[in-house]
Design a protein around this ligand. Structure first.
Ligand code: UTP
Length: 478
């Protein structure tokens, strides 16, 4: 496109300022700028801003909890039910009907690391201790369990890895060179794809420059999944995949391809489901899975009134009525994905600090939010479900995310590894083992207990190894 054409296009979109440094740029940077502008469909981008940047939150007064017949808590399931769900999930895995999608495109601004979250060392006893290492090891273990139960079946879990412009290269390199060869996964069953970017806006809808020759952009939110996944859906079907487990890269306790969750969803004939944790503090900053006007959705903690947030469950007054805490851990059928991947989902504005170049060309790092990022949310497809279910799991066993640097003391690498050690210690005790605390008074915690996922996916099959034994922390079972 010639410069004149580009000028006309930008003028029509009210974005002529993007070329204000153009004439002083070296040729190569002129080209970079033009190429980047051309990547975006300006009409779409400006329409998204107009439509969504200043929308008021929906009226959520007609809020109801998900009804009991569509809501199951692991804590109240019988052993028979749990076993049956596990078997159903395992059978689907064995038949090659299960894929997992990891959402690994986030910018991790709170963590502030120089590499993607999934590739960082968490400080475990295990040598390869990134979140992606642990996830790969779980997938490999489940494939083995499925193969043992169904030796004639393929027992392959297809792993789809969603990255973004910034995370794709380091994530793929980490997986290809470290994770896959060492955790025993076949590269041909791993599929990389990258989500889209959106330009960042000033509050009055102007696109921002983060450099004289570069637009400020950010990934289009974890709901960018659907647009990015659409071209891969035929391949998923060709591979025989029917069910998909979507999870966030940053939860160290995530049970990837959890057969209980998948089996429950298959048995209920769910097309879409959410794994949730119980919200106990009514004012905890976590979204709630519920229904608005009878339609499933996630309501942000800021949208719900204090009265509703504190309302008790009429059937069990020890619990909150709106307790289904969203952890972005979902089940979808491929048929459901085929439907929602072609639907235009809403965007949500997020007011953020966005570095930019001012009129004189100087880079400014703002101290308070100065612009808007437009994001889509992975849960915005719930309203299209015809058969929506919720599976509540114990938070202390299944949820510990990496969000912050260690100084925060919360949702950081230290709490992640300590939560994993606590859960694995619990598994050893439940299997009849005893662990003596660390000798070292300076140890980070008294018990560091790690069970390699290649031995046990979630605490099963440990009795022969630990029952009746007294073991010493640090304990690394592998
Ligand atoms: P968060 O909302 O916690 O975002 O993502 P983040 O990027 O990890 O961290 P902050 O907010 O910048 O500090 C929850 C999950 O969604 C993924 C993240 O990788 C994480 O697994 N995600 C988020 C995406 O895949 N793409 C996005 O655009 C945003």
């Amino acid at each position: 496109m010639s410069k004149t054409d580009l000028e006309a296009k930008l003028e029509a979109a009210g974005q002529s300022h993007l070329l204000r440094f153009y004439d002083e740029l070296p040729k190569e940077q002129q080209k970079q700028l033009v190429d980047q502008i051309n990547v975006f469909d300006m009409d779409r981008v400006c329409r998204v801003f107009k439509e969504y940047a200043h929308v008021k939150p929906d009226d959520v007064s007609k809020l109801t909890p998900i009804t009991a017949d569509h809501y199951a808590s692991v804590s109240t399931q019988s052993k028979d039910d749990m076993d049956r769900y596990w078997q159903a999930g395992l059978k689907a895995i064995a038949h090659g009907e299960v894929a997992v999608i990891v959402l690994a495109g986030g910018q991790a601004t709170r963590l502030g690391a120089d590499r993607p979250k999934g590739t960082l060392s968490i400080g475990l006893l295990r040598e390869r201790d990134s979140l992606l290492d642990l996830q790969a090891a779980q997938i490999a273990k489940l494939q083995k369990i499925a193969h043992t139960a169904y030796p004639d079946q393929p027992s392959i879990i297809q792993w789809f890895v969603m990255t973004s412009m910034v995370t794709s290269e380091p994530t793929e390199a980490h997986l290809d060179t470290v994770v896959l060869p060492n955790e025993g996964l076949d590269r041909k069953n791993v599929h990389y794809f990258s989500q889209g970017e959106m330009p960042c806006f000033t509050v009055d809808g102007k696109l921002m420059l983060q450099d004289k020759h570069r637009l400020a952009t950010s990934p289009d939110g974890n709901g960018g999944l659907y647009r990015a996944l659409q071209p891969l859906l035929p391949k998923m079907s060709e591979l025989g995949v029917k069910y998909v487990h979507v999870y966030c890269v940053d939860n160290i306790l995530c049970r990837v391809a959890d057969p209980h969750f998948i089996g429950y969803c298959i048995e209920k004939n769910a097309d879409c489901a959410a794994k949730v944790v119980e919200k106990i503090d009514p004012f905890e900053a976590v979204g709630i899975v519920c229904a608005v006007d009878g339609v499933p959705r996630v309501v942000e903690y800021s949208e719900i009134t204090p009265e509703l947030a504190q309302l008790k469950d009429s059937a069990d007054p020890t619990k909150l009525a709106f307790r289904a805490g969203n952890i972005a851990n979902h089940f979808f059928t491929v048929d459901f994905l085929k439907n929602v991947c072609s639907v235009a989902l809403p965007f949500h504005p997020a007011h953020k600090k966005i570095p930019y170049v001012d009129d004189s060309g100087e880079l400014i790092n703002p101290q308070k939010p100065n612009g808007i990022k437009m994001e889509q949310f992975v849960f915005d497809v719930f309203l299209h479900s015809k058969s929506f279910y919720v599976w509540e799991v114990p938070r202390d066993l299944e949820f510990s995310p990496l969000k912050n640097a260690d100084v925060a003391g919360k949702d950081c690498a230290a709490t992640c590894r300590q939560d994993l050690w606590r859960v694995h210690h619990h598994y050893v005790k439940a299997a009849g083992g005893k662990v003596l605390p660390e000798d070292n008074p300076d140890a980070e915690v008294p018990f560091r207990v790690e069970i390699d996922p290649s031995l046990s996916y979630a605490g099963e099959d440990l009795e022969p190894l630990v029952s009746g034994k007294t073991l010493q922390s640090p304990l690394s079972l592998n």
